[in-house]
Design a protein. Structure first.
Ligand code: HEM
Length: 308
């Protein structure tokens, strides 16, 4: 956390050298801890400078947890969802830039961003360990207060899914009452996905991608094609000749691998917390989430492995 604090100070453009320790702590430091702070010259007066909390808008951030029930565990439930949404915000930021980079043939930049998205996803996989400490009775105490709200209505999650190619027009509907959010989800739905752009790149590099995969109705879910598998196979059979495309293939694999783990941990956590009860969003719950485990984002990236 100190690193972030330092960044905050730098971001404020405060190039002034730290004040001498004696000035920062006029009273003699009594304890060893106070000595350390004094010796290090840490800035302690923020009456005129931007502080860590100012930069990060912590007042707003930490004021945004409003449990509706008297249950002790609701704060965990809220924090887990809010932190996931924050990470999703960063994922979307990175993913949309990565799609643009692939479209612009800027692969090193795309690799950097895709690697970051995979690491974020992996971190969210581990985050389920915290939520799994919530027992069924603890969740049941909160459940009536959630009404019909559910992660199913996460517009950021839907944008991530659409950007990764899991297009589904029905998923726009929960956002119809919010024109601002609908516009964002709709834009992700209409745009070529990361995989669509990857295939267009393969074609620009002379690989034989079927033309109907290069210009199509992007709102439709992608369907696997033997011609696309053949194009990826050519890359994987001669990595040295197509090194960056080979790397792109592996970055996509990392990403889908991590996404699959997230989905899996979600469904197992849900099963351990609510069993086979229906979801607050109205689906069958575990049954629905298990069906989502079958979604394949980049099909030929997986199927080609059988041919190698
Ligand atoms: C005890 C905790 C949780 C339970 C019981 C739970 C339960 C469910 C259920 C049953 C669904 C299916 C839709 C429905 O009918 O509601 C769902 C969907 C979803 N949940 Fe959770 N969930 C939990 C935690 C989380 C967390 C921490 C996140 C992180 C943001 C999350 C994100 C999502 C998303 C994005 C969907 C939509 C998945 C899709 O459509 O493929 N859930 N959840």
């Amino acid at each position: 956390m100190h690193g972030s604090g330092d960044d905050a100070a730098h971001a404020g453009g405060d190039a002034a050298p730290p004040p001498p320790a004696a000035e920062a702590t006029p009273q003699a430091a009594a304890s060893p801890g106070e000595h350390i702070v004094a010796d290090e010259g840490a800035q302690l007066d923020f009456s005129r400078d931007m502080s860590y909390g100012d930069y990060l808008q912590l007042d707003r951030l930490l004021d945004a947890q409003a449990p509706l029930s008297p249950a002790h565990d609701e704060l965990l439930f809220i924090v887990q969802h809010q932190t996931s949404e924050l990470w999703m915000k960063l994922m979307l930021h990175e993913l949309s830039a990565a799609v643009r980079a692939v479209a612009a043939d800027e692969l090193p930049a795309a690799f950097k961003m895709l690697a970051r998205v995979s690491r974020i996803m992996e971190q969210l996989v581990h985050a389920w360990d915290v939520l799994a400490t919530m027992t069924p009775p603890e969740y049941s105490a909160i459940r009536p207060f959630l009404s019909r709200s559910s992660g199913f209505q996460s517009w950021q999650y839907r944008c991530i899914e659409f950007t990764l190619g899991n297009k589904n027009a029905a998923m726009l509907k929960p956002h119809a009452h919010r024109a601002d959010l609908l516009a964002r989800v709709d834009a992700a739905w209409r745009a070529p996905s990361l995989y669509d752009e990857a295939l267009r790149l393969l074609a620009r590099r002379g690989l034989p991608v079927p033309p109907d995969k290069l210009a199509r109705d992007w709102t439709q879910a992608y369907t696997a094609d033997p011609g696309v598998e053949a194009a990826w196979l050519a890359v994987y059979q001669a990595p040295q000749a197509h090194w960056d495309l080979y790397q792109l293939g592996e970055e996509l694999t990392d990403l889908e691998d991590a996404f699959r783990l997230w989905r899996f941990r979600h469904v197992t956590t849900v099963e351990r917390v609510i069993g086979f009860k229906r979801g607050t969003g109205g689906t069958s719950g575990v049954g629905y989430l298990r069906r989502m485990l079958d979604v394949v984002l980049f099909p030929e990236i997986w199927s080609l492995r059988t041919q190698l």
